[in-house]
Design a protein around this ligand. Sequence first.
Ligand SMILES: Nc1ncnc2c1ncn2[C@@H]1O[C@H](COP(=O)(O)OP(=O)(O)OP(=O)(O)O)[C@@H](O)[C@H]1O
Length: 649
Amino acid sequence: MARRPLPRILTSGQPLARMTNSASLARSRELARTAADSASDVFHPLIIIARGLRRLGAAGRGRWVATPREHRGPMAFFVGACVLVVCLVPYGPLLALITLMGAGAWAGRERTPVETGPGEAATERLRALYEALVPYLSVDGDPSPLYAPDGDWERAFPEYAFDDSGRLERLQLKYPAYFTDGEDCARARIEQVLYAKAGRGREYHFAWDELTNQLTLTALGPLPTDIAAQRFVTSPGELVLGFTDPDFVQRTLPVTGGEETRDAPPVVWRTGPRSTEPHLLALGQPGTGATTLLRSLALQALQHGDVLVIDGGGTGEYGCLAGRRGVLGVESGLAGALATLEWASHETERRLIAANRARQAGRPAPDDTRRPLWIIADRPTALAHIASAEGREDPQEWLQVPLRHGRAAHVTVVVAEHFESAELLSEPVRAHTKARVVLGPATAEEVRAVLGAPPHTTPIAQVPPGRGYARLGTAAVLRLQVPATPDPLDDATGQAHREAVLALLPERTVPADGAGPAEPVDAPQPVDVHKAGDVRTAGEGRSAGDVRKTEDVRAAGDAKTGDVRKPENVRKPVDIRKPVDIRKVGARKSGGAAAVEPADGPAAAEGATQDGEDGSAGEPVGAAVRAAHGKGGEPRVVNGSADASRPEG
Ligand SMILES: Nc1ncnc2c1ncn2[C@@H]1O[C@H](COP(=O)(O)OP(=O)(O)OP(=O)(O)O)[C@@H](O)[C@H]1O
């Protein structure tokens, strides 16, 4: 107990008497103080109990006040009944009194006040951060600056949190209304300062609230890299691109990572006729995981549909898919790729025509027009080099119809390309791939050039494979970690990952040595993609899963045309350090403003690009589609199917 000062007694009279008086006064004061101390020691328990009872009484009163009126009667009845029972029980009142004293003593005990506020080191860091922001968030002539040298940092930082190791975890800061928070460069400056002062080596998310002039910085943990390929719980048409931060998506999926099963927040891409982003483009530096992403998507797509793979890089990393049920082909050579894509283009038209005829006849669309078809093209520009050297058409030209009309025909196109070859991507690929992914290290400008918006997070120094950013249409840019889906035929692949991928592969329809069908092939029948325009099935022609060897075609190309890398044959690649807005490049190449995707998002470009293609391939397609919609002539029927072979241009 703190001692209370005794009241001072004023004296008057002669000096001696005053001295005597003051001595006795001092003695009596001392006596009184000792008595008070002893009394407080003796009565200390009682004081504590009294204080506790007072607190309990106050809590009870508060509870009574908070109880709705209609509940007070039953409550009073219950309390009265308890008191009655206690009174009737032998020794009940005594026990109740002891319990009450005990509760009072517990409630009245002295509690050490919890220390609040940041420690000295944390205060120092916050002050340093505040001072660093002063030049950017203050102007001369502000009568009441929020940021000023030696200013009040507590006014500017209403909320902050540090982790156990003393690193800043979260910071909410106010900024003056005159700060140009609508300008990207002004924001970027503040973000850079905060990134440097909050500690490099971690990723931070910045949430700008222009309405209240507040910025919230949150340190983000690394995305999980232990999620491997597995069956994800999704609906047909939904594909998991990877996993992201829990606060940025509303959904979680149960996943097995390492030994345990947990819920993880996925980036789910919805495809099909109702999708607003029916096709996907992934760009990245070499070796950052684009092939892995495409392999992961192929394995998911094979659950409900058929897949065609164009392996432009010719690295054979899709070999595990060859000869599997639902895999219509894995092509790595120019001739095979051209034939395959030509077939896919005609198949898209055929589906449109068949579905339209069924609609006109009042029937549902036939099943064979509704089975999803996936065209997965990894590095198609590599084949464009060879095609240009051989004087043949760019395989990307055959992607035009699937890209433009694939959505209605259940045809989805996925393209992956290296940053440096992005300029060689055809204009339809750029215009119609509204789902975008950037993999590997990339600056904010590079991410913006591909996704149409910068990431709201800082870059990290060490980027694990499969890490990047994803944006679906005009939605927010999300951090992305692709599930590990390595090539099971690669010797470097670990046993656990190999087994995980092999478990997802459909059964073989062709034995590994390619001798012939391993088992009877039933629906869906793989299609002979090498006879473009003819919709016969593999049973009538070549078997599915027949993988062409890239080397053959390349060798042929070299033999015929000489070095395909001759300067006149090869277009100059883009300098990745000089970021290229690939949406704009399309406009430059096609020379038409109609091909430029507007700045307000890819969705707005859909209509613009419909008519802005060059006429060579666009016109026949337009004619076919007009026919499909009943405005043109009747399509020819071959073998009982609508022949969608290329109309005369
Ligand atoms: N999500 C991932 N998780 C774990 N490892 C990955 C992931 N993505 C890629 N890797 C690993 O990174 C390496 C390169 O991957 P991948 O071949 O997919 O990259 P890439 O971009 O296609 O490269 P390139 O274009 O040069 O062929 C491989 O060893 C692969 O196993």
